[in-house]
Design a protein around this ligand. Structure first.
Ligand SMILES: [Zn+2]
Length: 383
């Protein structure tokens, strides 16, 4: 599973000669070698055509060899990657990095100076690791979920909680207080563990499960940092099997992702209408990015647009530059791109903006009215 730190590594991969291949390929367990060969061949051919169109020259011959190496590599290692693979390679050096991907990954192959990390950014932004904590009065079970997988993390049990038979000569009220002390101490221990796990970056979102009254009592003992990470509750029991935990947690996570995107689209809509802390449309978004204003970028996953990217300062524009020089740095090394969106997403990510890729129909419709792309801004530029 890819991490944010991997992304920084990949974005540092480069090929000064513009010969870095970024390949994304879904893997289907029931596919055979022939299927892959065809799929891969088509992808690599599309990379070749795209390169010809954008760079105005043929892919160097060394790529034939590289493509063949990749074909064999995927044939021999497909089971290692689960449902999909992301792979970065360059002639001469071969495969530089590879990661397993979920099956929702769209297939693509691009040859460029820098890695195409837009699909990875999308994954990481949407599916930060989560912790599901199922809590009872004397037991807690923690699981960590990453993308579509989940694993048991740890359990905490207070086996000293006195049972009914231990009441002995104690008065009822004293006995009950004793039990409550135990429960409180148990909650405190679990709360501390969740705090430590958060400090260790083991999860980003927290989901709580268990009987409603237990969960609400437990929530009161959580540190504020931890409370801030709670995205929802699941109604599952301590003994629930791991697949049920996963399914219930994913439902909460998906809902959280949808809600977050909705809030962002609404914000872009109202802020751009008010000409305040928001912009809509490709040209305005590119300008905002150039000024370092973008806080949250929203983009329809189906939006494509040609454009130009300055190879010197990274500035982007929809329309060709006047006199073929960059309007920001005057450099003349301008590259025409069939689709500038991946470069735009990467640039926003590198500026520390959060990225929301929109792929739900009703939300696509709403963002479509904004030109398919927009952003909320950190600050406003007086005009
Ligand atoms: Zn420039």
């Amino acid at each position: 599973m890819i991490k944010r730190s991997d992304l920084q590594k990949i974005s540092k991969l480069d090929s000064p000669k513009g010969q870095l291949l970024s390949l994304y390929l879904p893997l289907f367990q029931d596919s055979n070698d022939t299927d892959y060969n065809i799929k891969l061949k088509n992808l690599l051919r599309s990379a070749d055509q795209r390169y010809k169109h954008e760079a105005g020259k043929e892919l160097p011959d060394e790529f034939d060899e590289l493509f063949e190496d990749i074909r064999i590599y995927i044939r021999d290692n497909s089971t290692k990657y689960g449902r999909g693979v992301a792979l970065f390679a360059t002639p001469g050096k071969g495969i530089l990095a590879s990661y397993s991907m979920p099956d929702t990954i769209e297939s693509s192959a691009i040859v460029d100076e820098r890695a195409n990390i837009a699909p990875l950014i999308r994954l990481i932004e949407d599916y930060a690791p989560y912790c599901t904590c199922i809590i009872s009065r004397n037991h807690a079970r923690m699981l960590i979920g990453k993308l579509d997988e989940i694993e048991e993390h740890s359990q905490l049990e207070d086996d000293e909680v006195p049972g009914q038979h231990d009441q002995g000569g104690w008065s009822q009220s004293r006995y009950e207080r004793h039990i409550e002390d135990h429960v409180h101490r148990h909650f405190k221990r679990v709360a501390q563990q969740l705090f430590d796990m958060l400090e260790n970056n083991e999860y980003h979102h927290l989901i709580l499960g268990g009987p409603e009254e237990v969960v609400s009592g437990f929530e009161e003992t959580l540190h504020q940092y931890v409370t801030d990470r709670v995205i929802g509750h699941v109604r599952i029991l301590m003994e629930a099997n791991i697949n049920d935990v996963r399914q219930n947690s994913m439902d909460v996570l998906e809902q959280h992702i949808t809600d977050r995107k909705q809030r962002l689209i609404d914000a872009v809509e109202s802020e751009s209408a008010a000409r305040d802390l928001g912009v809509k449309g490709l040209a305005a978004t590119m300008e905002a990015l150039q000024r370092g204003q973008v806080m949250n970028l929203i983009v329809d996953h189906e939006v494509r647009s040609s454009g130009i990217v300055c190879q010197s300062c990274g500035a982007m524009s929809v329309t060709p530059a006047e006199g073929n020089t960059c309007s920001y740095c005057q450099a003349s090394d301008i590259r025409d791109m069939d689709n500038v969106i991946p470069a735009l997403i990467t640039s926003a990510f590198e500026q520390g903006a959060s990225i929301a890729v929109i792929d739900q129909e009703d939300q696509q419709e709403q963002i479509g009215k904004l030109g398919g792309i927009g952003a909320t801004l950190r600050f406003r530029v007086e005009e």
